[in-house]
Design a protein around this ligand. Structure first.
Ligand SMILES: [Zn+2]
Ligand SMILES: [Zn+2]
Length: 141
């Protein structure tokens, strides 16, 4: 299951923000290896493919929460973006206790490495995936 590889109790603190700075956040603990999702929804909402890491909701603190716009992209998932500058920030499976945070939103070193590609059955035809990382045709259930 996604989210399980998170190491609880790490002392690292990672900061992130949207392009305009209206939304800022911190994630407490080490970041797990992100996945890159190539599904058509992620490609449309991010502009390319969407790399994110899954962290416990309890580890995420957000400043400027009132500036986050939420788009319900499916019955169980909403996507959070800055309503001022439009940056993609969060992928929130609303009934779970973890949330996906966009890798591009982190400021500074993330101290992690992309772990795999998911939903590559849906990827665009204008690029190849050549980094040798595992590829799932569809996301893990
Ligand atoms: Zn913004
Ligand atoms: Zn996706």
């Amino acid at each position: 299951m996604k989210g399980r590889q998170y190491r609880q109790g790490g002392s690292a603190m990672h900061q992130g923000s949207c392009l305009c700075g209206a939304v800022r956040f911190t994630v407490e603990g080490d970041l797990p290896g992100p996945d890159a999702c190539h599904c058509s929804q992620c490609r449309k909402s991010s502009g390319h493919y969407f790399a994110s890491c899954d962290v416990p909701k309890a580890a995420l603190k957000v400043e400027g929460e009132d500036k986050i716009g939420w788009f319900q992209s499916s019955e169980k998932v909403r996507r959070g973006f800055c309503s001022v500058c439009g940056s993609s920030l969060f992928w929130d499976p609303v009934f779970r206790d973890w949330i996906g945070v966009a890798m591009g939103a982190f400021d500074g070193a993330t101290d992690t490495q992309l772990a795999k590609h998911i939903f590559v059955a849906d990827k665009g035809d204008y690029y190849e995936i050549t980094d040798g990382l595992p590829q799932d045709l569809y996301p893990p259930s």
